[in-house]
Design a protein around this ligand. Structure first.
Ligand SMILES: NC(=O)c1ccc[n+]([C@@H]2O[C@H](COP(=O)([O-])OP(=O)(O)OC[C@H]3O[C@@H](n4cnc5c(N)ncnc54)[C@H](OP(=O)(O)O)[C@@H]3O)[C@@H](O)[C@H]2O)c1
Length: 272
């Protein structure tokens, strides 16, 4: 598994399994189990997904040593606003039944983010978290955070797929040594992105699925990517992206599909 090295030296497996909207219980447990069997070593969950217990259970039952699986978790907005990031973190540890998290993120840039960040910094210094970061932060949110921060975020996780590649923001973050994770890389559950004629054409050219083409594009943009599926065949095929390479002209063709078309909320204008 290829990795992205964060500025503090921690390595993030470039492919992870997302579990947003996977139900607590069998659905999440099976998805994580199949992913680990297929070679994934990175699981992306969050308190608000309501399935941390199942993620922890599946990781434990896999028999794979805890230190070989990279777990990302996120503190939800209500806990950030209420100044309860530390309590939320220990709840997450309890749900996961583990004593540390690999990457812990502020889920959205809501009011109270500066204080929440100081709590994450303390937990990081205490080695309860291997890397700390943010999600859905634009440059101005990072600047606000950095006015009081002691530690620069190591990661920003954001929406990125061919119809909304967010490349300008990604370039900004990478220039500032902040690693990038792409959410909804396949366009999320609603968008018929994988039927796009250009992706179908490239799929035929490389003898791959459209999903594999998109995920490979992400790997070559040096970001990490966390596609979600609860279907075994898709989980397996989404991982088969490390044995081929897209030509630069095809990278560019996918890049040119950008329409600034969001499938998720705009970090500058959301109400939850
Ligand atoms: N930080 C944030 O604010 C944030 C926001 C959104 C998401 N995320 C994270 O990012 C992860 C991924 O984003 P996402 O779940 O929104 O969307 P996504 O991974 O882009 O797409 C998931 C959808 O694509 C389907 N799918 C997966 N593989 C496929 C394939 N090979 N062929 C056809 N369809 C396929 C899945 O269906 P099936 O499950 O039925 O296979 C599901 O409906 C989330 O699970 C979550 O961990 C983070």
């Amino acid at each position: 598994m290829k990795t992205i090295t964060l500025y503090n030296g921690v390595q993030v497996p470039q492919l992870g399994l997302g579990v947003f909207k996977a139900a607590q219980g069998e659905e999440t447990e099976d998805a994580v189990k199949w992913a680990l069997e297929a070679g994934y070593r990175h699981i992306d969950t969050a308190a608000v997904y309501g399935n941390e217990r199942s993620v922890g259970k599946a990781v434990r039952e896999s028999g794979i040593p805890r230190e070989d699986v990279f777990i990302t978790a996120k503190v939800w907005n209500s806990d950030i606003r209420a100044g309860r990031a530390e309590d939320a973190f220990f709840r997450t540890l309890d749900n996961l039944q583990t004593d540390y998290v690999d990457l812990y993120l502020l889920h959205w840039p809501v009011e109270g983010k500066e204080y929440a960040w100081s709590q994450l910094e303390d937990l990081y210094v205490q080695k309860r978290i291997r890397a700390i970061g943010v999600s859905n932060f634009h440059p101005q949110h990072l600047e606000e955070l950095m006015e009081q921060a002691r530690i620069k975020p190591m990661v920003d996780q954001l929406e990125s797929h061919p119809l909304m590649n967010n490349q300008e923001l990604i370039d900004y973050l990478q220039a500032n040594e902040i690693a990038v994770g792409a959410w909804s890389p396949l366009g999320g559950p609603q968008l018929p992105l994988l039927q796009h004629p250009v992706l179908l054409e490239l799929a035929e050219k490389y003898h791959r699925t459209p999903a594999q083409i998109v995920l490979r594009w992400d790997i070559q943009r040096n970001i990490f990517v966390i596609p979600k599926s609860t279907h075994r065949e898709r989980i397996i095929s989404n991982s088969e992206i490390f044995d081929f390479e897209l030509a630069e002209e095809d990278m560019e063709r996918i890049r040119s599909l950008d329409r600034n078309f969001r499938v998720g909320p705009d970090p500058d204008n959301f109400n939850f």
